[in-house]
Design a protein around this ligand. Structure first.
Ligand code: ADE
Ligand code: ZN
Length: 322
């Protein structure tokens, strides 16, 4: 089965580029930037404790080449796992709040995406996430700051600590993002306080195109029917779930897949959780047909023109047939 998964043409839709910062690159960047930082060990068991380690680690990212190397490192790994297309989250506020200019962050990431497409044959696009534990006004300012780079950003997301930070807090930011032509997704992390109400707000009040995580939707039959009718997909991350909650939520993910929800399997923060998309797909003991369906779902809900999706879907079907 590992061999079947290895050859599967893959689409990754939930990947935080800062979450791909492997300890070896962190050490190299600390040396390069002459930083004498102490890092706590990778000990976390929920979202809040994970985020503390995650934000601490990314302080080594300072210059355009740092962001280039980070993204290029991920894209090399992705290519080695036959990821054909990726939508990559980045957290500009985690850098601008430390004095790193927006242009430096996006400049390095963008250059890596262009090189990866040419050199590795992996296509990727960027999704800009707002940090939900900062004020909505800062998210709005970040949205405005992104506008000169609009051509390089396919959509917006919402991440960081969900506790006390519901989707509704960012309604005006999302409305403006939609007006600017960005596609919309947001995290509805697993087993949060008010998970179901947050999922409802995301779907009904914000009008998202996708939801990141979102497995708690199973607790509300009507909402499941609504996402089925609207074709809204979920970007699930089993290994991440296994670290920050009590389980990988494998049963729930499978149930959603059985119900026909457009479930996808992704890696979230693979340097931390740990496991890239190959390992996440392997973690669930899915059948070949289920694995093919997961990747069908992913290419189907990807933010790509129809003819590009169709080319990837054809590649997937010919792999399945062979
Ligand atoms: N930032 C990086 N990974 C995240 C996750 N899984 N949930 C919320 N915010 C994040
Ligand atoms: Zn995430």
């Amino acid at each position: 089965m590992n061999e079947f998964i290895a050859g599967l043409p893959k689409c990754e839709l939930h990947l935080h580029i800062e979450g791909t910062l492997e300890p070896s690159l962190k050490a190299e960047l600390a040396r390069r930037n002459k930083l004498d930082l102490e890092f706590r060990s990778y000990e976390f068991d929920d979202l809040t404790s994970f985020l503390a380690v995650y934000y601490e680690g990314m302080q080594v990212l300072r210059t355009e080449p740092d962001f280039y190397d980070l993204a290029m490192g991920y894209l090399r790994k992705a290519a080695s796992q036959n990821v054909r297309y990726a939508e990559i989250f980045f957290d500009p506020q985690a850098h601008t709040s430390r004095g790193v200019p927006f242009s430096v962050v996006i400049g390095g990431l963008r250059r890596a995406l262009l090189d990866a497409e040419k050199q590795l044959g992996v296509r990727a696009q960027l999704i800009m996430c707002f940090l939900r534990d900062f004020q909505a006004e800062y998210a709005m300012a970040t949205l405005l700051e992104s506008l000169p780079y609009k051509e390089w950003i396919i959509g917006v997301g919402l991440d960081s600590d969900e506790k006390g930070n519901p989707p509704a807090k960012f309604a005006a930011v999302y409305e403006r993002a939609r007006q600017e032509g960005y596609l919309l997704t947001m995290h509805c992390d697993v087993d949060q306080d008010n998970s179901i109400e947050h999922i409802r707000q995301a779907i009904q009040d914000i009008g998202v195109d996708r939801i990141d995580h979102g497995v708690n939707i199973l607790e509300d039959q009507k909402l499941v029917e609504e996402i089925l009718a609207k074709g809204i997909g979920l970007t699930c991350c089993p290994i991440s779930n296994g670290v920050v909650t009590d389980s990988m939520k494998a049963e729930g993910i499978r149930k959603l897949l059985d119900l026909g929800v457009r479930v996808t399997i992704n890696s979230d923060d693979p340097a931390y959780f740990p496991g890239y998309v190959q390992e996440n797909l392997a973690a669930l003991n899915l059948s070949r047909e289920e694995l093919l369906q997961v990747e069908r779902n992913a290419f189907e809900i990807a933010w790509l023109p129809r003819h590009v999706k169709d080319a990837y879907l054809a590649e997937l079907e010919s792999y399945g047939a062979a």
